[in-house]
Design a protein around this ligand. Sequence first.
Ligand code: 1CP
Length: 359
Amino acid sequence: MAEENEFPAMKNDRLLRAARGEEVDVVPVWAMRQAGRYLPEFREERAKCDFFTMCQTPELSCKVTLQPLNRFPLDAAIIFSDILVIPQALGMEVEMRPGEGPVFPSPLRGPEDLTKLASPADVCSKLEYVFDALTLTRKELQGKAPLIGFSGAPWTIMAYMIEGKGSKTMSNAKGWLYKYPEASHQLLKIITDATVNYLVGQAKAGAQILQVFESHAEHLGPDLFRNFALPCLKQICDEVKERVSQLGLKNIPMIVFPKGGHFALKDLAALNYEVIGIDWTVDPILARQIVGPNKTLQGNLDPCALYADKKSIDGAVKEMIQKFGRDRYIANLGHGMYPDMDPEHLAAFVEAVHKYSKK
Ligand code: 1CP
């Protein structure tokens, strides 16, 4: 376990302060997928190396995690990795195919395949490389910004394990929920237990805040969400916080991001996550009414707004901050950046957040 005093003192902790509901000088800002192919220096590294080899090499993961922070005054770094390292650690093969994204050559076909998965108790021994990358990156950051660790949420991970790749309908994975509810709960339990171990490992290694990506919330209506997603999200938050406290570490703030899950905001507000991320389809004023005053909101500019000219980006950010207000707020996009975006337009986004949120 990395000791807190091994790490450089924080020079900028506004993201952590905003997550805890404390006062900030300006609203903190970062962007989902801020380390990625829109940066030429990322593409240069990626051209030399397979995606998962990059994730598995702490020096490379650290290098590309820091790339966006070397360019822009971002208020957080997010460790370069992927949510699909959990299925890999459970014994499944995942390939990153150019132009296609992640593909599982042998996805789960039916409940009988569950016996092939490794024990959730063993995942951490296979994910040491992520922990090493976190410890190294936290040191290299020199306190410039907090380091975000992350995982996928169990339903989102289950969907990839069954579909074998991205899907418009998630009909195979949703088919499991209707055909094999018991086996679905078993699979979700395996993923949930693995994720708790993994996130506790990340906290021990130096992650300062943890985001759980429920990227496929949109495929579940309120009922399926309550039955198959919400209990796992609750267990993850409660168990991670409990185990981090048992280790004598200070409370680690947690973010839940239910992409497309506007219908779940009220239920999520009842859990212990300090921060709820919203995508661009949710009106910030309505989100605040639903979650109440005691949660920090994160979001939610339409990523495609970064295709507009810089002046329009400036105007859109001004409006966004007016709607969210400057308290209990972390500025972000409503989802990840795309590879064809102009890095200078992210610069305009970050600059506008700081400009319009000064006291
Ligand atoms: O700055 C960062 O955010 C970098 C770290 C990061 C994160 C947080 C990557 C690198 N992936 C993720 C999370 C992730 N991975 C999510 C949750 C966020 C989201 O909703 O986008 C998801 C769903 C994945 C799965 C995944 N990995 C996809 C989507 C597949 C689909 O069609 O559903 C893709 C395309 C990837 C590949 C990937 N992951 C990360 C990068 C930079 C890339 C591009 C691949 C490459 O360089 O070849």
